[in-house]
Design a protein around this ligand. Sequence first.
Ligand SMILES: Cc1cc2nc3c(=O)[nH]c(=O)nc-3n(C[C@H](O)[C@H](O)[C@H](O)COP(=O)(O)OP(=O)(O)OC[C@H]3O[C@@H](n4cnc5c(N)ncnc54)[C@H](O)[C@@H]3O)c2cc1C
Length: 379
Amino acid sequence: MVSDIQNKVVIIGGGLIGKLLHLMLISRGFDISHFEKVFKEKNRTFALSPSSVDWLRSLELPSLFFDSLTEVKSMKIFDSTISNSITLNAEDVTKPALAYMANEKDLNEAIKKKLNKKTNFKKILSDFVIQGEQDHVRLKLSNEQHKASIIIACDGSKSLVRKKISIKSSEHDFNQTALSFELKVKAGKQNEAKQFFLKDSILAILPIKKGIVSIVWSCSSQFFEKLNNYDDEAIENELNLIIGKFYKEIKIVSKKECFPLFMNRVEGIFKDRVLLVGDAAHSIHPMAGQGLNLGIRDIIDLERIIDKRDYMDIGLKGFLRKYERARKEDVVQMGFLTLGLNWIFSNKSSIVSSIIGRGMGMVDKSKFLKQQLIKKAIS
Ligand SMILES: Cc1cc2nc3c(=O)[nH]c(=O)nc-3n(C[C@H](O)[C@H](O)[C@H](O)COP(=O)(O)OP(=O)(O)OC[C@H]3O[C@@H](n4cnc5c(N)ncnc54)[C@H](O)[C@@H]3O)c2cc1C
């Protein structure tokens, strides 16, 4: 029989991953205490992989959310010359879409509706203490204590929990900043995403609704300095030089947000009944639009291992080791993929550039290679 303590889970961090993990765990009968630093909802747009969307469906979120998704049916990838490209089509792998664009606010709304009304998210300051014991772990706050079988940290890439329990992490600074905003456009193929691997930046254009696309522009420090001094009109002019032949009458229609880009590798994902999930365990370059998907796959693997029912107590080392093994390959592969792509495409050598150009031509002609690329991208 599962004891009260074995059933008790503390989650720290209420971003999308923390909230989705909460939903999964209550569906498995766990008793959750959930803590968050700031209750401020963001309004970003994410590319979700088909398998992430399938899993969200399994949570039985309200259908309104799924109706709000925009299908990405094809993706065109360009090199810096913009004359070489690869086109990936969902129909090449007989799928309805390569990805689905989701609005963070819509997803948060759907999660809120699904969560029990009694669900209580509590505010936490940074002076908490975590104390691991043999059969439980304690979260000590200034005025109260919470005893649980496990603390799961979903507090993002700069995880304070990770620091408090002394899990070392190494940061790779890409020396890039991502600029993100929405653009009103005319023409352009509906439901097609485009990605330009340019000399000083990687420009991703993602369809979010008719006539509106989301821009994620990952810029080298120098190029970002330049853009940061521009007003909207100057940025639109700069964009016109790159995408003018695909999109007309472009206009920035949202606030611009900046994200410094780095990658985090942690030396372990658990210690003494404390587990890291989502960006707290791995943060990667956004070029592949995979960070959130990777966090969702963390939860899917956790759910799968819980469902095997080999362990009554999910804070036990055996359970956590099993989970760590299950996640290793996916996380390492995605880290290498984004690191490698960034290196290849930001390489200034003309030899490398000409190899990229020829390579892209070859891949674009091979249905088999494109199918393999798509299969990895939509997993
Ligand atoms: C420009 C850009 C575009 C992206 N596009 C995509 C995409 O298209 N597809 C995709 O899959 N991924 C994308 N990502 C990655 C994605 O944003 C992240 O992987 C995802 O948001 C991570 O979710 P998380 O809940 O783990 O962390 P976060 O979203 O960082 O949430 C962490 C939460 O913890 C809270 N917190 C922090 N510190 C504490 C503390 N001390 N105590 C309590 N709570 C705390 C924070 O307030 C926050 O609510 C993109 C990233 C960037 C930068």
